[in-house]
Design a protein around this ligand. Structure first.
Ligand SMILES: C/C(=C\Cc1cc(O)c2ccccc2c1O)CCC[C@H](C)CCC[C@H](C)CCCC(C)C
Ligand SMILES: C[S@@+](CC[C@H](N)C(=O)[O-])C[C@H]1O[C@@H](n2cnc3c(N)ncnc32)[C@H](O)[C@@H]1O
Length: 234
């Protein structure tokens, strides 16, 4: 059965990439590249991109893991996955990516499979953040790292007000013009209830991550949670 979040992302799929470029003034590419770097994915790795959407992070990961590595992109929106497949089809050389339609709260993978993982703008959207971190922990190999990029609320009240103004007075009106007002208006309340950096760290520790650090970026308007599963890398 399709849930509300799935429907939102299925509806925005046709314009998703273009709007990300316009609304972030192209900056989302830099933020995603930072997440890929912090995941420490390297050549030959088996890497995972959770909530992969149209595949931006998975394609970036695949550039790092190379021809000897493999990337798995997981998402539950068939329309965004279709976009991801289309994009990877046109790349040369063909990236080694498997696109998997699944719920990240129930990953279809064995324990201890992945050398590195990323998640971009997914954690704020899942129904159960702890469960999602637990699943991520389960499938990572001991010694592996994950980098989770998402919006963040700046602690400075002026910057928070500026972020809110940008969302209400620029992002939502632009999306409205394309008939996607409700879909983009959803970002603001989802950010209001999203745990801030130190709360994310606490949730990650509770599921077993021994090392968890949150890096605010874009003056705290975005953040990257970097997690390590302790153990020896074989
Ligand atoms: C790639 C980005 C967001 C992805 C994204 C996440 C969601 O949860 C959504 C939910 C519903 C609809 C769409 C999305 C969605 O696209 C980040 C960039 C896009 C943002 C809309 C831009 C927001 C900019 C910030 C407030 C900070 C502005 C800084 C400035 C541009 C330097
Ligand atoms: C804002 S998009 C991010 C897409 C991509 N990672 C990026 O950075 O552009 C959020 C994605 O999370 C996916 N998603 C949300 N909850 C999910 C879940 N429980 N299981 C799988 N995918 C989920 C949505 O379908 C959507 O593609």
């Amino acid at each position: 059965m399709t849930n509300e979040i799935q429907s939102i992302f299925n509806r925005i799929a046709p314009v998703y990439d273009q709007l990300n470029d316009w609304l972030s003034l192209g900056q989302h590419r830099i933020w995603k590249e930072m997440a890929v770097k912090w995941s420490a994915a390297k050549s030959g790795d088996t890497a995972l991109d959770l909530c992969c959407g149209s595949g931006d992070l998975a394609l970036r990961l695949a550039r790092r893991t190379g021809a000897t590595g493999k990337v798995y992109g997981v998402d539950f929106s068939p329309n965004l996955l279709e976009k991801a497949k289309e994009r990877s089809h046109w790349q040369y050389p063909q990236p080694a990516i498997a696109w998997v339609e699944a719920d990240v709260l129930n990953l279809p993978f064995e324990d201890n499979q992945f050398d590195a993982a990323t998640m971009g703008y997914g954690l704020r959207n899942v129904k159960d953040i702890s469960r999602s971190l637990q699943e991520l922990y389960r499938v990572l190999k001991p010694g592996a790292k994950a980098a989770i990029l998402d919006f963040h609320r700046p602690s400075n009240p002026q910057l928070r007000a500026l972020q809110q103004l940008y969302l209400d007075s620029f992002v939502v009106p632009v999306a409205s013009y394309l008939g996607l007002k409700e879909e983009y208006a959803y970002i603001s309340p989802s950010l209001d209830r999203f745990p801030i950096g130190r709360e994310q760290i606490e949730l990650a520790r509770q599921v077993g991550f021994a090392v968890a650090t949150h890096y605010p970026i874009v003056n705290g308007m975005m953040g990257v949670l970097v997690l390590s599963k302790l153990g020896v890398i074989s």
